[in-house]
Design a protein around this ligand. Structure first.
Ligand code: UDP
Length: 309
């Protein structure tokens, strides 16, 4: 198949491109390097079936040619990006998705949108099922991303209803692995970088908030299965093994052998207190579940960060 991947230079996008090329597909990657990196495209760039177009999807799209699938992973996704670039995030989640939806419609392609656990906000239901409507602050520091992604789900649902566009919606929970940016502000790259430097690990608040971490190859497998399925409802993709942030910090210290101390610092506003996916739908409808245990995945990620310092 000929497949378009928007956000091809990003963390998840670049892993997805490698997987699709490995399966023998022709891939057209789009990215404006807002948060992605050329380094992530080093392997695809050498592949004869890969074409790259540097482009911001909020602008009118260049001709993409015939294609059967469009994956949209284009969006800055770290809470560290939400403060400095909220308008860019809202634009990419609205006009950007709109442009991709029109391109997919013109090509007769199926579109998969990378949505997020953030649409559940600071959840009052635990674990989170796809039927939960969420608890989101529409004017908070994270609202550009949370509401942007909610708008994108609404937009694509409308495109499906009004134009018959074939849409798939993946609600992605915390994902990690090689090729994360060391400075992207998220928990794991921050803790690993701090541990390897011998600097204090900055745990927000008392560290009792929880997250559930999915290794990137598992996540990419879920994306491909969802795209090729007949499931048109949103699907949670994440690893349901939940851990507190303090326990995750201790695990990083143990796995790196670092003697760094743990330093408790102020917790950002609206930081969700708990997060864990209910993945029953992915299990039953896609035959998918994560395979990589967190300790194994953390160790692989630490090894990659050691090699890429
Ligand atoms: N966090 C932390 N220290 C850091 C970075 C993050 O304690 O240096 C916490 C953050 O407050 C949140 C959790 O780790 O509770 C996960 O944060 P991340 O930015 O990775 O992603 P989020 O799940 O908030 O989108």
């Amino acid at each position: 198949m000929r497949i378009v991947v928007a956000g091809a230079a990003g963390f998840i996008g670049s892993h997805l491109v490698e997987r699709l090329l490995g399966e023998g597909h022709t891939v057209v990657g789009l990215d404006n390097f807002a948060s992605g990196s050329r380094v992530n495209l080093a392997m695809p760039a050498r592949h004869p079936a890969f074409t790259f177009i540097e482009h911001d999807i909020t602008r009118p799209l260049p001709p993409l040619g015939p294609c059967e699938r469009v994956y949209n992973l284009a969006c800055p996704a770290s809470p560290a990006d939400f403060g400095p670039r909220p308008l860019e995030i809202l634009a990419v989640c609205s006009q950007g998705v709109w442009n991709l939806a029109e391109a997919a419609r013109a090509a007769g392609a199926r579109l998969l949108q990378a949505s997020t656990s953030e649409i559940y906000g600071d959840p009052l239901e635990h674990p989170q099922r796809e039927t939960y409507w969420g608890h989101v602050n529409p004017i908070g520091p994270r609202s550009c991303y949370d509401e942007g992604k909610r708008f994108a789900e609404a937009l694509l649902t409308a495109c499906a209803r009004q134009h018959g566009l074939a849409v798939r919606i993946a609600r992605i929970f915390n994902t990690y692995g090689p090729q994360m940016r060391a400075d992207d502000g998220r928990m794991l790259p921050t803790f690993i970088t701090q541990a390897l430097r011998g600097a204090p690990l900055t745990v927000h608040g008392d560290g009792s908030q929880t997250r559930s971490f999915c290794y990137v190859s598992d996540l990419v497998d879920g994306l491909v299965r969802l795209m090729e399925s007949d499931v048109t409802e949103p699907v949670n993709l994440g690893n349901p093994a939940e851990i507190t942030i303090l326990a995750a910090a201790r695990e990083v210290l143990e796995l790196t052998g670092s003697r760094s101390e743990i330093r408790f610092v102020a917790r950002p506003a609206d930081d969700p207190r708990i997060r864990c996916p209910d993945i029953s739908r992915a299990r039953t409808r896609l035959g998918w579940e994560p395979r990589i245990e967190r300790r194994d995945g953390f160790a692989r990620t630490i090894a990659w960060f050691r090699d890429h310092r």
